[in-house]
Design a protein around this ligand. Sequence first.
Ligand code: HEM
Length: 543
Amino acid sequence: MKNGSAVENSDKMLFALLVTPLLLLALWHLLNALNKKYFVLSLCKRVQTEDGSPLETKVVVIPGQTWFGNNLDLLNFTPASVFSFIRESTAKAEGKNYLWYFLFAPEYNVVRAEEAEEILQSTKLLTKNTVYDLIRPFLGDGLLISTDHKWHSRRKTLTPAFHFHILQSFLSIFKEECNNFITVLDKNIEGDLDLNQIIPQFTLNNICGKAYIISNRCNIEFSLLYIPFLETALGVKLDDISEGNEYRKAIYAFEEVFIQRACNPLMYYDWYFFLYGDYRKHSEKLRIVHDFSSRIIQRKRQQFKQKQLGKVDEFGKKQRYAMLDTLLAAEAEGQIDHQGICDEVNTFMFEGYDTTSTCLIFTLLMLALHEDVQKRCFEEVENLPEDSDDISVFQYNELIYLECVIKESLRMFPSVPFIGRQCVEESVVNGMVMPKDTQISIHIYDIMRDPRHFPKPNEFQPERFLPENTVNRHPFAFVPFSAGQRNCIGQKFAILEMKVLLAAVIRNFKLLPATQLEDLTFENGIVLRTQQNIKVKLAKRVK
Ligand code: HEM
């Protein structure tokens, strides 16, 4: 009996020895076959071409540094290393679009205008990607992040608030703020002017609060109490400087936490962020920001009711309101609630402040570094009427060369270096079948440095934007304000605001270099940042 069971056992062992490798081989083949369609170790479906041609003909797949796709490539990066990693990836892909594989979803990186066009024009790819979820606690379902019906109806409601006639009425506010700004510069002609300190205060004042704070060395005090953006888009003046200032600081701190999160893929998970991230700072700053916007809205609501704004003016035309009035009018008609208004106000404060200041900082730097360009701008603005009160929107529109300078600065240093979309269902994009949840990053920075569209892309050449030089350019090669349905609603506002400031600065001062481009380390944030503050010197122009 014993002998019989021993034989049986050895048969079993032999069987196992023969079958196990076969099973493993079969499993290996199965996994290999599965891995063609799915990136097994990244738990996501692969991108395929629509016509069955090799994927490499459409996109470069950048191999990850481990077997787990690109999941660990970005771990614990800093904002500066994220910026250089993205640029290196573009270089590795030799200017072609490229793919990464992350946990649960691929990421399609677009660096070419040709493919960006299809995405930005698509009516199906309007949903923002997961990076935007990190700012959702701040901006809620405001225009930047919302999607589908909510976004459509809000965009329709808010578009008239940026109509030419409304912009015209903002002009006097921009000018007043600008005059104050020039007075401040006049008092600080000595030494280097730290643009990162003073410009964000100007643009936030154009948004929400007047308080120029510059280091004691420069000796500028909390002197000005004026709030153009609140007054322009929002139609409110702040009485309390410290209130606006606390708000500005809270936004800055929120952005710092955002950057920390954005640099670590694990931090995208709320539970991980709650346990290991700066969750307390995040919540505290959000409370300050939200309380501030809520108070502004309450104040404006009172004024709105008191004024009893009618729906038609004396000529029977529908009245055009600034942004917050527009929202309050929509609230009166039951189209939006208090939370919706808060989300929009936060979105506009946020979108309208950092973006414009980043562009102004780089434009002033480039003017200081390029004397010939500055001279040409000076000749152009010199023709404007002496008294700034007499300068009309039309005259600002005619500052063609200054506009080229702003555009060239935006091309080289786009305030928003990348934007994101995602496929909410399996979709065909640029001839490839993208699985549901594929993340799409459109790298505006790289698109606008593509030498096929901008020869010698690292050279500052405003002439590229003179009308005669743009005729044959690809329409999506220059997209600092994005394009298509989800383009920037505030672009005309921004260009006018920047022209008013730049014209005034150039008329009054000669800008001289202090910071050189080589001194700067770039960082990826919500907007493009540099580790070092950017400085210029000023020399008063003799009239
Ligand atoms: C130089 C200045 C500016 C630049 C470079 C800029 C750039 C952009 C870009 C690239 C987008 C698309 C974002 C995306 O798809 O994720 C955008 C959207 C937006 N911008 Fe701007 N922006 C600027 C100024 C402004 C200003 C001054 C305002 C408000 C007054 C504003 C309000 C918005 C809003 C609300 C959106 C979302 C639009 C939508 O999705 O319907 N922006 N901006």
